[in-house]
Design a protein around this ligand. Structure first.
Ligand code: GLA
Length: 381
């Protein structure tokens, strides 16, 4: 007969009680990684969906097409688990028409003006896939390629390593870029992303993550309460390219140093908000020393869920889902409406290759690019 130790019994009971507390799937209390087929890409290459389950009962699903986070289930203040990211039920929908839901973004997160930059005297031309500008790595960015996947148990929780070699000239960028992204769901409910890259030629690189969050798991995000640890932001022109200035947030709707509802000032008569059709800007996060620090904190009052965003990067792109317009039907039939989600993209500033005053995005051979992003979940009251 199997012996049940007191500890195992507690774990089993915890799993059972969480499983009965109103969530749709049963919860386990051990760390595990499961995988299942997730369709094929347009070339017929099979894609796998990996689910990391941590000891606390949270789980995240990631596929090796685009490094997409397709679901992220964390508890509310009553212990009910809910999915806090937008996405689709199947790969075909992601391939057909996705505004970067859950995507790994590269080689260059956000915009490069007119799709051009000059490095070491050579001008590189990129596809202009966003009005006059290049956006999020091009026509076939890192969000659309197949990554090599290796699931493993790390010390802090279940992990998935994704690697991809982007060839010299891919999407117009110089250098063979070896890229690695390690996703870990820590046992204290943080999704940690560790990006590294090396190149055999001088190049530019700016990787980030593009989950669309809604901490209530439904409806508008305008009542979510936001803090951003930034005294300055980078204003943009009408095509969302930074003007090059670092402007104080003081006295503007961009001041989130004191927690404020996202919707409190979004409708103000403000030229910058008009250009973005809401918030779609880069904040210059305080204390930029290269160390990981708190960038932003979001609290959703009805569920009590809290998301804290930490990173080593200088900037944070905060985007309020201003391009969602009710034309996409997502997971479980949810029709995604204007401002049903927000993105928090820790990264270097947009258009840095053309902005001499911004922190450099140049990667040289023999050096390693690093970006660590932590999305930490908890509950508040
Ligand atoms: C980023 C950009 C937005 C938009 C989204 C994707 O957040 O800044 O303007 O392009 O990605 O739709």
């Amino acid at each position: 007969m199997n012996k049940i130790s007191p500890r195992n019994l507690i774990m089993t009971l915890t799993a059972l009680s969480i499983g009965l507390s109103g969530c749709s799937t049963s919860r386990r209390s051990t760390s595990a990684i499961s995988e299942r087929p997730f369709g094929t890409d347009s070339q017929g290459t099979p894609v796998t969906l990996y689910t990391l389950h941590n000891k606390s009962g949270a789980e995240v699903s990631i596929c090796n097409y685009g490094g997409l986070v397709t679901s992220l289930k964390v508890p509310d203040r009553n212990g009910n688990y809910g999915d806090v990211v937008l996405g689709f039920d199947n790969l075909a929908d992601y391939i057909k028409d996705s505004p970067y839901f859950g995507a790994l973004i590269g080689r260059y997160g956000n915009r490069i003006a007119k799709g051009k930059f000059t490095l070491d005297g050579t001008t590189y031309n990129l596809a202009t896939n966003n009005g006059p500008n290049a956006l999020h790595g091009g026509l076939k960015g890192f969000n659309k390629v197949i990554w090599k996947a290796r699931p493993f148990q790390s010390e802090s929780g279940p992990s998935l390593e994704l690697t991809y070699l982007s060839k010299d000239g891919e999407e117009g960028y110089p250098g063979n870029l070896s890229t690695k992204a390690v996703y870990t769901l820590t046992d204290d409910n943080a999704l940690k992303l560790e990006y590294t890259a090396t190149s055999d030629k001088d190049t530019v690189v700016n990787l980030t993550h593009h989950s669309y969050f809604n901490l209530a798991g439904k409806g508008t995000i305008l009542d979510h309460v936001l803090m951003i640890n930034a005294d300055k932001y980078t204003p943009v022109d009408s095509t969302l390219i930074p003007t090059g200035e670092l402007q104080p947030v003081d006295g503007t709707p961009f001041d989130f140093r004191t927690p404020t509802a996202i919707g409190a000032r979004i409708g103000q008569d403000n030229e910058q908000l008009k250009f973005g059709n809401g918030y779609d800007h880069n904040w210059v996060i305080n204390d930029n020393t290269g160390a990981i620090r708190l960038m932003a904190r979001v609290y959703e009052p009805t569920s009590g869920r809290v998301l804290e965003v930490l990173s080593s990067e200088p900037g944070l792109q905060f985007y309020t889902g201003n391009f969602l317009d009710g034309t996409l039907k997502g997971k479980g039939g949810w029709i995604y409406q204007f401002r049903n989600a927000f993105c928090m993209e820790p990264q270097h500033f947009p258009d840095s290759p053309n902005q001499p005053n911004f922190p450099s995005v140049v990667l040289k051979p023999g050096t390693v690019y690093h970006n660590t992003i932590i999305y930490r979940f908890s509950v508040g009251h």
